[in-house]
Design a binder for this molecule. Structure first.
Ligand SMILES: NC(=O)c1ccc[n+]([C@@H]2O[C@H](COP(=O)([O-])OP(=O)(O)OC[C@H]3O[C@@H](n4cnc5c(N)ncnc54)[C@H](OP(=O)(O)O)[C@@H]3O)[C@@H](O)[C@H]2O)c1
Length: 199
């Protein structure tokens, strides 16, 4: 399969890459790095990425920014970062890719633990995750041509603990290999409309 992996250089993206590159052609995408560059916050850039890649069988999104902040410090502007980048950015990857992906192809998005196990300062991430998981549930029953959609919802990755661990007291860290296998389940398997939790 030819798979576009957005966010390939990140911790989650590297986990997906390590597992799926064993048997698939991976087109690595990122805002600044990769085989193609794309800013998922810009719908025109998403269209340009798909034009450049041309044909593909699967899209994995392991990208999406949110603003971590105590709820009382959030403004509309800081809250919109998660909605517009993590949520709408990934949704636009599906909307723009839908007419171009192969028959029987798949979209796999990334959410995260915070809408099921919240932490202080994580409301924006929890909101974006919830929106994305609702999108996956709703879209799955309408996708044409045998196209599937799922989300992977990892807990805090072990490799990300230095960066984010202080926000996640008491949370289990998950191994990148487990996260990679969750993406494999979505891409190589037959699931659709599911949120694959990695805890
Ligand atoms: N790390 C964790 O423990 C964890 C756990 C659960 C969920 N998540 C979620 O997984 C996603 C990725 O997290 P991460 O920790 O792997 O991130 P990361 O290590 O910071 O890497 C982010 C990746 O996404 C790309 N990227 C950033 N902004 C982008 C944009 N606007 N358009 C396209 N690509 C963009 C970056 O590309 P460049 O380097 O080229 O800029 C990089 O490849 C986030 O939504 C996060 O909430 C992470």
């Amino acid at each position: 399969m030819k798979i576009i992996l957005v966010g390939a250089s990140g911790d989650v993206g590297e986990a997906a890459y390590a597992e799926l590159s064993k048997r698939h052609e991976i087109i690595r995408a990122g805002r600044h790095t990769g085989d193609v560059v794309v800013d998922i916050g810009d719908k025109c850039a998403i269209d340009a990425m798909y034009d450049e890649v041309c044909t593909f069988d699967a899209v994995i999104s392991a990208a999406g920014n949110v603003h971590f902040s105590p709820l009382s410090d959030h403004t509309e502007a800081t809250f919109r970062i998660g909605l517009e980048n993590k949520a709408m950015g990934q949704i636009n990857l599906v909307l723009s890719g839908l007419g171009r992906i192969s028959d029987g192809g798949s979209f796999t998005l990334t959410t995260g633990v915070l809408n099921r196990d919240p932490v202080i300062s994580g409301t924006s991430a929890a909101t974006a995750n919830g929106a994305l998981e609702g999108f996956v549930t709703g879209a799955a029953i309408e996708l044409p041509r045998g196209i599937r959609i799922n989300a992977v919802s990892p807990g805090l990755l072990r490799v990300s603990a230095d960066r984010y661990g202080a926000f996640f007291p008491g949370h289990e860290r998950v191994a990148s290999e487990k996260v990679g296998r969750a993406f494999a389940k979505c891409v190589d398997g037959a699931l659709t409309g599911q949120v694959v939790v990695v805890a």
